[in-house]
Design a protein around this ligand. Structure first.
Ligand SMILES: Nc1ncnc2c1ncn2[C@@H]1O[C@H](COP(=O)(O)OP(=O)(O)O)[C@@H](O)[C@H]1O
Ligand SMILES: [Mg+2]
Length: 356
């Protein structure tokens, strides 16, 4: 086997490989190494001092040059590259001739950034799962006393028909208790796993139900809701309750943003969902409001749990929306022009592939 064979092994390796001679001249650097270091390949790199080829990575150069002086070479050590923030896991080895004389040093490394991110996400998921269980337990415990406060305040109200001042206070207590109960319910909806009861649902029916429900949560005032659903729109396989909640959350957000005036225009039509194959039949429902719109830095976080711009908001409305859309294997996107309004489009497959 000739030299070429070994060169091809190194070139094709999915690890970064870097080798220098005793004098610090670069002897070998494969394409994975160029990619990880983010260095542009120059035809005359081989033979140049490694310190100049990798001028942007002095840590790497230092590690490699130190190999000649160390007794114990780093094995499976890690290094964070600046400024990319990439983490590499590396091993350093000396290159010896047949007689044992050290003629160079080599570094083998791998980009660990993705591995690190996966681990980080895993840790986050564990933490969220534990938090979710705790939140569910607390929410559940808080629910009953809140309902008690509301009921008792209502009873008390009836006992003092002639005391308008007390009446007012009790009305406030009832409202606050209702609001707290609403937030508790949102937390429960957010942390509980969704179990879908799928059946054929007409979109216009689900929208009517949502308009009704949204009206009980936020006073629409003078807002007009215009629903445009073609008669021939197919029914979709969905969970009736979840679908109503999805649409309700989008409507209450629009109501809250619009402050009692303007129009929410809801349109539905058929579409195809790209699934990497031929695509699937789907229905797209768009909610178009002419409220204040959303600034880009808010839009970016709008779907994050607990993100809210409202003093009394839970920040869970859109997280629940996303969760329901995901459970139906659908898609959602948000488009907004500050000062002009917001459009949220939800696409739901006609037949959900929920894996159930
Ligand atoms: N239609 C909309 N118009 C303007 N802002 C919106 C709209 N929908 C959502 N938002 C923004 O997204 C944030 C997050 O919404 P959401 O998750 O429902 O939580 P919450 O309604 O409790 O604040 C809102 O606080 C608001 O700033
Ligand atoms: Mg909301």
């Amino acid at each position: 086997m000739g030299d070429a064979f070994f060169r091809h092994i190194v070139a094709g390796m999915r690890n970064g490989v870097l080798a220098i001679a005793r004098d610090g001249a670069l002897r070998l650097m494969n394409s994975e190494a160029y990619r990880i270091f983010g260095v542009a390949h120059r035809p005359d790199d081989i033979g140049r001092p490694v310190a100049s080829v990798l001028a942007s990575h002095p840590d790497v150069v230092r590690t490699l040059l130190a190999a000649f002086d160390l007794h114990l070479l780093p094995n499976r050590a890690e290094l964070r590259l600046r400024p990319s923030g990439k983490v590499i896991g590396y091993t350093v080895a000396l290159i010896r001739e047949d007689d044992g004389e050290v003629v160079g040093a080599a570094m083998f490394f791998k980009d660990l950034t993705r591995v690190e991110q996966l681990e980080e996400r895993e840790r986050l998921r564990d933490r969220l799962a534990a938090l979710g269980e705790m939140a569910a337990a607390i929410a559940h415990e808080v629910k009953n006393p809140l309902a008690g406060i509301e009921v008792l305040a209502g009873l008390l109200r009836r006992k003092v028909p002639d005391a308008p001042e007390v009446q007012g206070m009790l009305a406030d207590i009832i409202n606050e208790a209702k609001m707290a109960a609403g937030i508790v319910q949102e937390v429960l909806d957010f942390v509980r796993p969704i179990r879908l009861h799928v059946e054929p649902i007409p979109i216009d029916g689900a929208l009517q139900a949502a308009v009704h429900l949204a009206g009980t949560k936020v006073d629409p005032g003078g807002i007009t809701v215009a629903i445009d659903v073609p008669a021939a729109l197919p029914q979709i396989q969905a969970d009736q309750h979840q679908l109503a909640q999805l649409f309700t959350n989008l409507l209450t957000n629009a109501y809250e943003a619009m402050e009692g005036r303007g129009t929410v225009s809801i349109k539905a039509m058929t579409t195809r969902l790209d699934d990497g194959g031929d695509g699937r039949d789907a229905v797209i429902v768009s909610f178009d409001d002419d409220g204040p719109g959303i600034e880009p830095e808010v839009a970016e976080k709008a779907f994050s749990p607990f993100f809210t711009t409202k003093p009394q908001g839970s920040g869970l409305g859109l997280s629940i929306v996303r969760k329901i859309v995901d459970a139906h294997d659908g898609r959602i996107d948000l488009e907004s022009t500050p000062g002009r309004g917001t459009t949220i489009r939800v696409s739901l497959p006609v037949v959900a592939d929920t894996g159930l």
